[in-house]
Design a protein around this ligand. Sequence first.
Ligand code: NCD
Length: 301
Amino acid sequence: MKNKHLLSIKDLSIKDINKILLSAEKILKQKKTSKLNKFSNKNIINLFFEDSTRTLTSFELAAKQLGAGVINMSVATSSIKKGESLIDTAMTLNAMNPDILIVRHNMSGVPYLLSEKVRCSVINAGDGSNEHPTQALLDALTIKINKKRISGLEVAILGDVLHSRVARSNIYLLKKLGAKIRVIAPPTLLPSNIEGLGIKTFKNLEKGLEGVDIIMVLRIQKERMTGTYVPSEKEFFRFWGLDRKKLELAKKNALVMHPGPINRGIEIDSDVADDIGRSLILEQVKLGVAIRMAVIKELTS
Ligand code: NCD
């Protein structure tokens, strides 16, 4: 990578992306016991200002699997609670000489801001509604492994696109790799600049799912909403939630993805989410560890 940080998919070339995907595929073939001593002198700090289950655990497991040291800073018990500013916290951590700072924050741009203040590499683990680059990389790997290609595939992103950093990073990445992207959402959950991203937009779910190879379902990000964007969860599920009947509108072998956490009965029906023949949700989680190992390797080598 030309950049020593991973802040945005926009900073990655097709070559960078393919290198990370190949490296993750190689990691998947290795035995789990083979910790790489090369990383025993590397230290990684997870600095998560927002809730996380899979991303935080995934980065921690990835670092440990490589043999690197990893610390999860608990923001709830840190000096941030005593009024220390974000930048002071980052500079304090920087003074301890970590190799990578992994940052999640509810404000767009925070990982970028911190990358300007610290000596180490910074990985964006999700900033507000902006980007979540490692999620897009693991999603690309999941598609590549299951569909044997990415280029030319019809990928639909369904649901709360407006507030989704996962949607944005996936649009940038999958477009770079030649997939055809469409978003399907009620008008209130579509960003106003969506047309500028060069993708198709569907405000009608039935039409939107026609001919689709992959359906990426998104959670309604209530925590980022200031007003009312959907009538009720029940109604949202009726019109926009992915159930078996709606899934049948897509291609016969269409596969379902979701970055998690899933809200059953709101954006996705359990019947679809738990169908191991169609749902890649748990495989996404599994591949996330390999992708994060590949990213850590790339940034520390
Ligand atoms: C996503 C996130 O935090 O952006 N989750 C994740 O990282 N796997 C999506 C979400 O919270 O809905």
